[in-house]
Design a protein. Structure first.
Length: 121
């Protein structure tokens, strides 16, 4: 699986995914910071990368239909500090191996993972 990490997340998210042998790049590494959401979404689609973000706009399935993307993961965390983000990421890494991402939206909070996509709608 290939991931792109939004600029609103710590770069350690990419580092953690790499530790688990995933291909992960950040928006910052690709000099895409400040670009519009639509542009970033299109880049992810073209690169076939799953986008991970704190931006709740990506949870809007009317604007970003999950079936049109390689996958979108939105962290909807009450505490968005680095420690909690990494802790939450570590909790979902085992789920990455079991559940589909292609064409799905995952919304992650401190207690659960909600998966939306064509099979769930």
């Amino acid at each position: 699986m290939r991931f792109k990490i939004d600029e609103n997340l710590p770069i350690e998210v990419a580092d953690e995914l790499r530790l688990h042998n995933y291909d992960a790049v950040t928006v910052l590494e690709q000099f895409l910071q400040g670009y519009a959401d639509d542009y970033i979404a299109e880049v992810c689609k073209n690169e076939e990368r799953i986008f991970i973000t704190l931006d709740l706009d990506f949870a809007d399935i009317r604007a970003y239909p999950p079936q049109d993307y390689p996958g979108i993961i939105v962290f909807r965390l009450f505490h968005q500090n680095k420690l909690n983000v990494i802790k939450t990421l570590r909790r979902i890494i085992p789920i990455l191996k079991k559940e589909p991402l292609l064409g799905y939206l995952w919304i992650i909070d401190e207690h659960r993972v909600r998966i939306r996509g064509s099979a769930n709608d």
